[in-house]
Write a protein that binds this ligand. Structure first.
Ligand code: PGA
Length: 268
């Protein structure tokens, strides 16, 4: 099936500027019926701004529906992939299978996966290895980092973010970084309605960019996109996206409704 064309975009983003990246993270939400209804609403929404790139992170089982019926100017992400290639790995889905289907992005290292829902979670070494494998298989990666409430309160936010990025900086080549977007998601802001203020988020985004500059290179730091995630919605997106180092969002709850398009249309 051919995907419906999105409404045509306007002029391309000026050269040298980072295109905004708006990711929707549907998590383990939705039935086939609700996904179809949401896709119909998204397909009928107006044009996506020329300086915005939009990706939906769908549950594995809903990826085929998205790939065949969601407007073609929205790319599709998986919310995880395995640390393995194809083979005898029951219950896993690997990057090359995702790529083969037409998936172009994967969200890796989300705090919910790092925490492990009471099971063994994913540590930063593992997330870095998955990221490298996914890139080698042709996927782009939203690489999630972020501190917990007590870490913000005791002033270790950047230590935490740095420790989550270090294994990635060790494993990726400079060219690989063109395939990475960093999603800064303070854990205390995810699904809680407690958004970081634009100033607070900007402060951390700028420190993250500085860290990338110091540990990877100034050119990579200038080009890499840093998305904010954590209770972003149509009411607060414009304030966050107006900040110099906030290059998009990773949006959970609000991506399950038309509010997602309010976020998309909030890009400056
Ligand atoms: P939220 O989720 O927007 O519902 O806070 C964001 C995320 O977990 O990526």
């Amino acid at each position: 099936m051919t995907r419906p064309a999105g409404s045509s975009k306007g002029s391309p983003a000026p050269e040298g500027e980072r295109t905004y990246l708006l990711g929707g993270n549907w998590k383990a939400n939705g039935t086939l019926a609700s996904v179809r209804a949401l896709i119909a609403e998204f397909n009928a929404a107006g044009p996506i701004p020329a300086n915005a790139e939009v990706v939906i992170g769908a549950p594995f089982i809903h990826i085929p529906e998205c790939l065949s019926t969601l407007r073609s100017d929205i790319e599709i992400a998986a919310q995880n992939c395995s640390l393995t290639g194809m083979g005898a790995y029951t219950g896993e889905t690997c990057a090359s299978q995702l790529r083969d289907m037409g998936v172009t992005w994967v969200i890796l290292g989300h705090s919910e996966r790092r925490e492990g829902f009471g099971m063994a979670g994913e540590d930063s070494e593992l997330v870095a290895k998955k990221t490298k494998l996914a890139i080698d298989e042709g996927l782009k990666v939203m690489f999630c980092i972020g501190e917990k409430k007590e870490e913000r309160e005791n002033g270790t936010t950047m230590d935490v973010c740095a420790s989550q990025m270090k294994p990635l900086a060790d494993i990726l080549s400079k060219e690989d970084w063109a395939k990475v977007s960093i999603a800064y998601e303070p854990v205390w802001a995810i699904g809680t309605g407690l958004t970081a203020t634009p100033e607070m988020a900007q402060d951390t985004h700028s420190s993250i960019r500085q860290w990338v500059s110091d540990n990877v290179g100034a050119d990579v730091a200038a080009a890499v996109r840093i998305q904010y995630g954590g209770s972003m919605n149509g009411a607060n997106a414009a304030g966050l996206l107006a900040m110099a180092d906030i290059d998009g969002g990773l949006i959970g709850g609000s991506s399950l409704k038309m509010d997602f398009f309010t976020c998309i249309n909030s890009v400056p």
